[in-house]
Design a protein around this ligand. Sequence first.
Ligand code: AMP
Ligand code: MG
Length: 423
Amino acid sequence: MQNNEINHQPGCEDELNIGLLTVAEAQIRILDGVSAITATETLSIRDALGRVLAENIVSPIDVPSHTNSAMDGYALRAADLPADGVRSYPVPGTSWAGRPWLTPVEPGQAIQIMTGGMMPAGADTVVMQEQVEREGASVRIGTGHKRGQNVRAAGEDIATGQSVMTAGKCMTAADIGVLASLGLGEISVYRRLKVAFFSTGDELRAVGESLAPGEIHDSNRYTLYGMLKKLDVEIIDMGVVRDRRELVEQAFEEAAASADAIITSGGVSVGEADFVKETLEKLGSMSFWKIAMKPGRPVTFGHLNDAVFFGLPGNPVSVMVTFFQFVRTALLKMSGATDAVGAYTVRARTLTALRKRPGRFEFQRGVLEQAEPGEFSVRSVGAQGSGILRSMSEANCFILLQPDQVSIEAGQEVLVQPFQNLI
Ligand code: AMP
Ligand code: MG
C-alpha cells in the first residue's frame, strides 16, 4: 500500500491553500478510514485469478513429490563414478517421467533416466546423456562428475508443511500455478467488493442522446466504470442523478443499501446545485473535502451507514486523478488485499518545460518513454485543464510536482508515476 503514497514536505502552502489537507494526509486518512471486508467464498483456482486470498496456504505435500532427474541421462551411485579413466556400466532399464524404474540400482549399474523421471533407489547422481557413450546395453562414463549432480530433491521447491501464501495476496498466474502444483483445486477468497457509482448534474446527457444548449455527455460514468473494472469489483452503475436535494438523498440511500463503497462525481463544490456534501453531512458522516492539489480539489470522504463514501469532483480529469490517488488504494484495502500493487514512481528527464504554481501538489499528465534501457524521459501532453479528458487519454503517467516545486525547465529530472495498465 505504501507505494501509492506521495511523499511531500508539508508547510509550504501558499496563502490560498492554507487550511487545505495535503495529498499525503488525505491518503493516510482515507486508508485509516476504511477496513477490509471479511466475507469469503470458495472458488476454483482459475476463478480465483485476480481475487484476494482469504486463507493461509500451507503445503500438504512436497513439491516435487519425489527426488528426480533434472536432465536426460544415466542415474547411478556416486561411489561408482570412476576416479580416473572410463568405466562401463550395464543399463538394465529406464526411469521415464511418470513411469519409474522400481528396482534398486545395484553397485556398478546405471539406469537410463529422463528429465523428471524418479531417481531409482540407490542412485544419487545423474550423468547427462551428452556426456556418455552408449554401447548396446551398457554405457561408458568418464571422469569429471560430482556427487548429487543433476538431481532435484523432493520438496526443494516447497516442502510439506511449509507456509506458501498468506491471506491478503492477490492471486496471479504464478500463484494459481503454485496452488495447482500443490494439488489444491479450490481456495477461499474474499467476496468481491460492491461499488455503486453515479454522476450528478442537470447538464448531463447519456451517450447517443443529442445535446441541447448547455448540455454535455456524461463521461465520468465511463472512466469510473473502466477504472473499477481493473479492480475486479462488482459494479453497480446507478446512472445520472439530477441536481435536486431529494433525488440526491434518495440515490444515497439506495446506494448505501446495496454497496460497500459509493462513488459520486460532481456536486461537491459550494455551488447552489451542489448537494453531495450537504447530503453526506445529513445522512452520514463527512471527513474532509479540500485537498491542496490540482486537479481535483474538492473531494469528499465519509461514511454512509456501513458504506464508505467517495464524492469526487465533477471535472473529468479530476475524477480520474482523485480516483487513482485516493479511491483505488482504499478499494484495494477494502477488498482485503495486503500486497496490492500501488503505483510506482520513477525519475525521468522532462523534455518539455512544466508550468507549476507553488503551494499545491500537481498531477500533470505526461508521456513516459524509455530513452535508453533504464533511462526515462517524459513530456507533457500539453493543455492541463481539469476538463480536458483527452489529456488523460494521451498520457501514460502523472508527472508528480510537489507543493514546494515551481515551474521546471526542460532537461530537469522529475518524479513520474506511470498508470498504464493500472487504470
Ligand atoms: P460540478 O462539480 O458538479 O460543479 O462539476 C464540475 C464540472 O464538471 C462541470 O463543468 C460539469 O459540467 C462537469 N461534469 C460534472 N459531471 C460530469 C460528468 N459526469 N461527465 C462529464 N463532465 C461532468
Ligand atoms: Mg454539477
